[in-house]
Design a protein around this ligand. Structure first.
Ligand SMILES: Cc1cc2nc3c(=O)[nH]c(=O)nc-3n(C[C@H](O)[C@H](O)[C@H](O)COP(=O)(O)OP(=O)(O)OC[C@H]3O[C@@H](n4cnc5c(N)ncnc54)[C@H](O)[C@@H]3O)c2cc1C
Length: 502
């Protein structure tokens, strides 16, 4: 019976794990141990829509408290400066897959190359607007939004909420994990028997969460769980990051992903700070040249850009014996779709639900299915990102030539094959992709149509249908023009005390 949990790590993964477990199983004793010397990664500023759903729907946390402490801005999706078009939008809502009564096919077929939007959310993005205005002047916070949040502010907020719900937090360095025989799910296995801290304390628990970041102290170092390496599809392994204080630039309601010579560059929008990060492959460019390219594109950068190294991988199993890996300790892919906080939300919620359903005595089949599910999640992300790299024709540099030539699409190959033969049909989405794929066919259509990937069966709508589509787009356009910008939304929430005065 699991009644005590120790979480190693106080970054966003460790604190989200502790919070989720304590919130869903208040009877559990949950303790976080985090090193003040190692600190947290300090990057990770974009989320997907699963993040607010995890916090406000699954955990039912107070949104006001979150806004006050984490100080987010809103992100409706990603604007890709990618492929042959000037740009295209990826949203968190279903737009390309949508079917309308006046149109014979799903929206993907009607997208023309001059049109920047295909639905209400991409229309908002095209106009730099975030939400429609309610009659009381407040933004109508639709469900298809995510956030831009500074990692340090998120960690600060999580710490406050963790303490409030009864999680204990200890500053301390773990110097050794004791390994020995333990009983889990009725089986004798190798597991962690205790953590030894530099203070001399020996910490025991029924379940250990490894949230120690890239160090992967328990899952990787102590238990030696093998990993699947993603470097056959994801060549980038570093980022150089800088930014500047916002002056008169509008706060955009999306992350920009811009093609660079040996990778791509994000632009993330905080209220007072603009954050740029060039994600690149060290096989094709060195750190100094990457820094020079970043600064040439962004002459406003005012701080000294810092380089962060990473690798793309996942642990074959994330639940091994009495250890569950969460966050970077269990896997990582580069932030092109900003998926890490989404992965952490899914990992922590499935762990909490598994413990609830198993009456805190997880069975072998529960643990096996948990591991298979998370392995599938990682592979889905890897395959989807591969599609971003394999079809981007914007630049002809050695990096992009190699991506187009060498990237293995994995399971995404069958989606691409279907699309190339049948066009952007959403008819069989549940068959082409399994239902737990977090991007869905919608995500693939946004990327394939957005990058002008050719397909065989071009559809030419009748004049009446083309007019019906135009009329629909005209409505999206007018609604988007009348909606509120991020700045206006922040001002209105500040008036009612949701956001602190600056
Ligand atoms: C370049 C880059 C950009 C990113 N962008 C995004 C993004 O846009 N969106 C997104 O969702 N994610 C992004 N991420 C990922 C995101 O930053 C992390 O996945 C997320 O913050 C979780 O980090 P973590 O908690 O696993 O690790 P960390 O923040 O590194 O925390 C590890 C914790 O473990 C503790 N620890 C480690 N060893 C010990 C020890 N021996 N004893 C005690 N404590 C120990 C540390 O002190 C720390 O508290 C990005 C990552 C990178 C590298």
């Amino acid at each position: 019976m699991i009644s005590s949990v120790v979480v190693l790590g106080g970054g966003s993964a460790g604190l989200m794990a502790a919070l989720t477990l304590k919130r869903k199983l208040p009877q559990l004793q949950v303790r976080v141990i985090r090193s003040p010397d190692i600190g947290v990664i300090g990057v990770g500023e974009g989320t997907t829509a699963s993040f607010p759903r995890h916090f406000f729907e699954y955990l039912n946390l107070d949104a006001r408290e979150f806004y006050a402490d984490a100080q987010p801005t809103w992100k409706l999706g990603i604007r890709f400066l990618w492929g042959p078009r000037d740009d295209f939008f990826y949203t968190f809502s279903k737009e390309y897959e949508q079917r309308w009564p006046e149109l014979r096919r799903n929206v993907g077929f009607y997208h023309d190359e001059n049109l920047r939007f295909v639905g209400p959310i991409s229309a908002l993005m095209a106009h730099d607007k975030a939400f429609a205005k309610n009659p009381d002047g407040m933004p109508n916070l639709h469900r298809n939004h995510a956030f831009h949040i500074e990692n340090i502010k998120l960690v600060g907020y999580l710490e406050t909420v963790c303490r409030k719900v009864g999680v204990s937090i200890t500053d301390g360095n773990m110097t050794q994990a004791e390994i020995g025989a333990i009983r889990v799910a009725g089986r004798e296995e190798r597991g962690v028997t205790a953590l030894l801290l530099a203070s001399g304390e020996r910490v025991t628990a029924d379940l250990f969460i490894d949230a120690s970041g890239f160090r992967s102290e328990l899952l990787g170092r102590a238990l030696g769980e093998p990993v699947r390496d993603f470097s056959d599809a994801l060549f980038c392994d570093r980022a150089v990051i800088g930014g500047w204080t916002r002056t008169d630039e509008p706060i955009r309601p999306y992350t920009v992903a811009e093609t660079m010579e040996s990778g791509w560059c994000w632009q993330i929008e905080h209220e007072h700070w603009i954050n740029r990060g060039y994600v690149y492959s060290s096989r094709f460019i060195d750190d100094d040249a990457a820094r020079v390219e970043l600064l040439a594109k962004n002459p406003k950068i005012s701080n000294e850009p810092r380089v962060v190294k990473f690798r793309s991988f996942h642990s074959k199993r994330i639940w091994v014996g009495n250890v569950v890996g969460i966050g970077n300790a269990s896997g990582f892919v580069e932030p092109l779709e900003a998926t890490s906080l989404q992965v952490i939300s899914v990992q922590t919620s499935t762990l909490a639900d598994a413990l609830v359903d198993a009456l805190q005595e997880p069975t072998p089949t529960m643990i096996d299915c948990f591991n298979r599910y998370h392995s599938t999640q990682w592979n889905d992300i890897r395959d989807f990102l591969a599609v971003h790299y394999a079809f981007n024709t914007r630049l002809d540099t050695p990096f992009w030539q190699t991506c187009r030539r060498d990237i293995a699409l994995g399971e995404a190959q069958q989606v691409v094959d279907f699309y190339q033969e049948n066009g952007p049909s959403a008819l069989l989405s549940g068959i082409i992709l399994h239902p737990t794929n977090s991007f869905g066919l919608e995500g693939y259509l946004a990327l394939l149509v957005g990058q002008n990937v050719p397909y065989a069966k071009r559809y030419h709508p009748s004049i009446a249908e083309a007019q019906a589509w135009k009329d629909r787009c005209a409505i999206y356009n007018v609604n988007a023009q009348q909606a509120m910008s991020v700045k206006e939304c922040l001002q209105s929430l500040r008036k009612v005390g949701w956001i602190k005065a600056t």
